[in-house]
Design a protein around this ligand. Structure first.
Ligand SMILES: Nc1ncnc2c1ncn2[C@@H]1O[C@H](COP(=O)(O)OP(=O)(O)OP(=O)(O)O)[C@@H](O)[C@H]1O
Ligand SMILES: [Mg+2]
Length: 461
């Protein structure tokens, strides 16, 4: 299900605000209110608002000025202007400033709702375009289907429009780096640079100069001025990967830059203004590091303004399935035009049952390796890494099953378990080895069927 549009109603007249808000909430929208332009701007730049419904004449910043200020920040938030002054001129001026549409007061409920439906379609198209552009440019992440990742994608699209610092957490290989890049690509900064830096890979004594630059002669070996990553990423995005590896002395300096938007090169007296958006990532538990005293609490709060957690692949089987197909196609294309790669059922089920400690990266590597090993384009169990293949559940195609011997002296529970496993194996056989169908016929889930087989330690055939 799609998330409802988030609206902001801006009007200095409390009665109009209340009535409109009430109507829109009843229609299923999420609505915030602001009574003047300044307040509205503050809410809009947080980036959660999809549509602003805004009066033109207001004390202080008027509606047209508000549209201009939002556009000046490169945000494409849609504006629906309301005006009591049926003068074509003000409406035209609002549209020129970048408003999407206007309505003349008094408003008619059906009219407002109708326009919001249209604007919802426009927003969907904008999102789709952005995603397609990213895929075409080759920077984008492959769109995933699990509810968790779809929600995350929507969060990313929204926060990308803002300048907020984003902290991405998640296990290794879940896609933190590719999503950091996706934030930049979807942001108004996409024309400027995205500079990734791995905080764990730069020697301690060089970190400060790498980050902030140095002037000639600042230390032995500094034979020319160096710009530093912050200045290089000016107007763009700096991606601080493995932020948990940053030593404490540099954490202090980083915090200072984030608060002041100023950097000072090593050996220089001068602070210089920078305009950089920070995205940070870590697979560490920063909160725990704060308690241990290895990560500064103030920096943690500063980074954690907007946090995104990418769940491990094993918790989103739907994504696992689409990623398998995605990587199969990708590897087939690498092998040449017209090449098709197939997965034999047993290999697919092994891939689906494995717990993927290395997440998407491990899956990608496993399929790349399998694509090289397979002889005939059909990926079999033996083409997968041993750890993955070991997850295969016995495939009992063809011949009859030996009945599981029921030994005397066993407890009732053990004998029932033996009978159960015998019944499961017989059913699998009747279904010609199709375990999904067998599970259905037995009225149990596929995963419990696997578990029971595993517990019974039925050897692989
Ligand atoms: N949605 C996705 N679509 C396609 N590929 C993906 C997706 N998510 C992750 N990957 C791939 O998985 C691999 C790991 O992703 P990435 O390097 O972003 O993970 P990470 O969380 O940054 O890992 P680490 O913690 O080791 O830095 C990459 O090769 C990336 O292309
Ligand atoms: Mg990474």
């Amino acid at each position: 299900m799609e998330a409802p549009l988030q609206l902001l109603v801006v009007d200095d007249e409390p009665a109009i605000r209340q009535v409109l808000t009430g109507t829109l909430r009843k229609a299923g929208y999420v609505v915030e209110q602001a009574e003047h332009g300044e307040d509205a701007l503050e809410i809009i730049i947080k980036g959660y608002v999809d549509v602003v419904i805004c009066d033109i004449r207001m004390p202080g910043m008027d509606g047209i000025e508000l549209v201009k200020r939002v556009r000046a920040r490169g945000m494409d938030t849609l504006f629906l202007i309301m005006t009591a002054f049926a003068s074509v001129n003000t409406a035209i001026e609002a549209m020129r400033a970048g408003a999407y549409d206007y309505m003349i007061k008094p408003l008619r409920k059906e009219d407002v709702l109708h326009r919001l439906v249209q604007m919802g379609n426009v927003i969907r198209l904008q999102d789709e375009n952005r995603t397609l552009r990213q895929i075409i440019r080759g920077h984008g992440v492959f769109p995933l289907v699990s509810p968790a990742m779809q929600r995350l994608d929507r969060q990313i699209q929204k926060v990308a429009r803002t300048d907020h610092t984003v902290l991405i957490t998640g296990e290794s290989g879940t896609g933190k780096s590719v999503h950091a890049k996706a934030i930049h690509e979807a942001s108004p900064r996409s024309a400027a640079l995205f500079i990734p830096v791995n905080c764990g890979s730069i020697p301690d004594h060089l970190l400060e100069s790498e980050f902030f630059g140095h002037v000639k002669g600042a230390f032995t070996g500094a034979d020319r001025n160096k710009k530093g990553l912050f200045m290089e990423a000016d107007q763009g995005t700096l991606f601080l990967d493995e932020i948990g590896e940053l030593p404490l002395h540099l954490q202090v300096k980083l915090l200072h830059v984030l608060e002041q938007n100023q950097v000072r090169a090593v050996g220089s007296e001068q602070f210089r203004q920078v305009n950089v958006r920070i995205v940070a990532a870590t697979n560490k538990n920063l909160k725990a590091m704060v308690s241990e005293g290895t990560f500064r609490e103030d920096l943690f709060f500063r980074l954690n303004v907007f946090s995104i957690h990418i769940p491990p692949l094993r918790d989103r089987t739907q994504d696992l399935e689409v990623l398998i197909d995605h990587f199969l196609q990708k590897n087939a294309a690498k092998l040449g035009a017209g090449v098709v790669l197939n997965l034999l059922p047993e290999a697919r089920e092994a891939l689906l049952s494995y717990h993927w400690p290395g997440n998407t990266r491990e899956l990608e590597n496993a399929l790349e390796r399998a694509a090289i090993l397979t002889e005939d384009g059909c990926i079999a169990l033996e083409d997968l890494p041993d750890t993955v293949a070991a997850c295969a559940v016995p495939f009992r195609g063809g011949g009859g099953n030996e009945p599981v011997p029921v030994e005397d002296g066993k407890s009732l529970r053990d004998r029932l378990r033996d009978l159960e496993i015998q019944l499961i194996l017989e059913t699998i056989d009747e279904c010609n080895g199709d375990r999904k169908q067998a599970a259905r016929e037995l009225g149990i889930g596929l995963s419990s069927l696997y578990r029971k087989l595993e517990q019974a330690q039925v050897s692989r055939m």
